[in-house]
Write a protein that binds this ligand. Sequence first.
Ligand code: F6R
Length: 603
Amino acid sequence: MCGIVGYVGNKENCVRVLIDGLEKLEYRGYDSAGIAFLNNDNIDVVKEKGKIVNLKSKIDLNINSNLGIGHTRWATHGNATKENAHPHKVGAITVVHNGIVENYNELKKDLINKGYVFNSETDTEVVAALIDYIYKKEKDMLKTIQKVKELLTGSYALGIICDDNLDTLYTLKNKSPLIIGVNENENYIASDVPAILDKTRNYIVLEDKDYASIKSDGVKIYHDGKEKDFEVKEFLYDANSVDKQGYEHFMLKEMNEQPEVFKNTTTPYLKNGIDSLIEKMPDFTKYERIRIVACGSATHAGLVGKCMIEKYANVEVMVETASEFRYKKQFLKNDELVIVVSQSGETADTLEALLIAKQNGNDTLGIVNAKGSTIARESKMVLYTEAGQEIAVATTKAYSAQVALLSLIALNLSCKKNLIDKKEMLDILRDVKKLPDYIEELLNRRDEYKKIAEEIKDYNDVFFIGRGVDYALAQEGSLKLKEISYTHSEAYAAGELKHGTISLIEDKTPVIAVITDDDIALKTISNVKEVKSRGANVICITNKNLSNDSNLYDKKIVIPKVNDLFEPLLTVIPLQMIAYELAKLKECSIDKPRNLAKSVTVE
Ligand code: F6R
């Protein structure tokens, strides 16, 4: 949540760097935004409610400045107002912050007693006051930050400017992501590399409780009062990934990248058939069961993974929501592998679940998209999804890559345990080659999705039903629809409807039925008949040759039949596209849905 960018240097116009960076980070928060920059020996602060364009209209982009910090906010403490927007300046100190300071109330009371007056409801203004208070005594920013670090609890990535050191940018971080971008005669800070990608590809990842002083000609990183060594990494993603490349939305672009993402994710494991599949993955056969923990769509990917691992590898899999898992009795067994799934690799609840599993002594595997992210670093084993940078808040290509990788784990285990016969393996390898074309063909059927969007646009509720893996996919379809089109929807295990929910079905209520799983399709079809006979407008997404019976459904989208292992990668395409077309029809903010942020770094 929230995006931070900062600049110190002599090469670029700082104000432009800040605004450009914030525009690239806007996917992290867009309630309000602000910048603070050096202007003729003073720090000027400009902030505005709403998106970055509102802020941009208030700023002269030609001001000559070589030091500054900027912030795009996803509100946690206090409403999305101009007063609560960052940066916050108190005395000599100006701060931008991503995270939640949990003990800010106590600190605030203490600082009020010391004479500080607060103008916002934020925890960030309290941090600025605290730094100012300690700095007045210490008169040394590094000693001050070292002390402040001991007083703060919670998560924070901070960009700090001190009026007395106007050639230096300071940072401090704990549990919220922060990188330092390095270049000749200039350096940057940012929540994420895309903010500075057109300036430099070289960056340093800060560890928790690290702090740094950054000048135009050098970076010094400290931990516990001592300077420490650091590694400069190179960002390897394609810079085009942060550009829409002619597509109307990032989401549309990212959905259209799915054929390529499937190839990139599967090829390393399948290029030499079983040999590479065995060689490239850790040995999972020693685990008696697997626990998958994640949030949102990543949990839905986990549910598909569960179906595949249980079916192909005969290993029990439990899937849990990280925000629930972390606060309950976990009952982790010694012989259990904990898999955490995360696109950003920074989701606070997922990270905490991972740390709990580690503390318990379990082996952990991170399925992560963002290279070098906290979850990737903290996991004992990592398998990267090769989805590239994902910008749209609603995940599409990263979800598909997660599903593909979990299916590969199922196949790996199945091969190692000799549970798959040669013929089925050959079928799978044949399908893997065809899948990118099939995905592309499904993506191109926009007219079909538009018609469905037209039909459901005037309804307040949409139901998704399915059984087995189709239920897992229904849950993802429902989440996509509600988050970007703001149409209420629920996903139900098809057999559960008659235990309550079917009372909501009225004349023309849209019901999207997912019917692909051979083992259970007939049962879902009878549930479809139940809703159809109560007036529902049924849209089937199926790989079955359903008879043209108008008593069964109103519309169908037929997807190609492939081996079950990778079928979900086809089924999900119409689900994503229907959500997209509906959101477009309703003129919603598709890439940045209201109230949401891409990287959920608070619990
Ligand atoms: C929905 C969506 C979210 C994320 C969830 C986990 O479209 O994108 O539900 O899947 O916030 O995020 P990561 O995968 O970054 O841990």
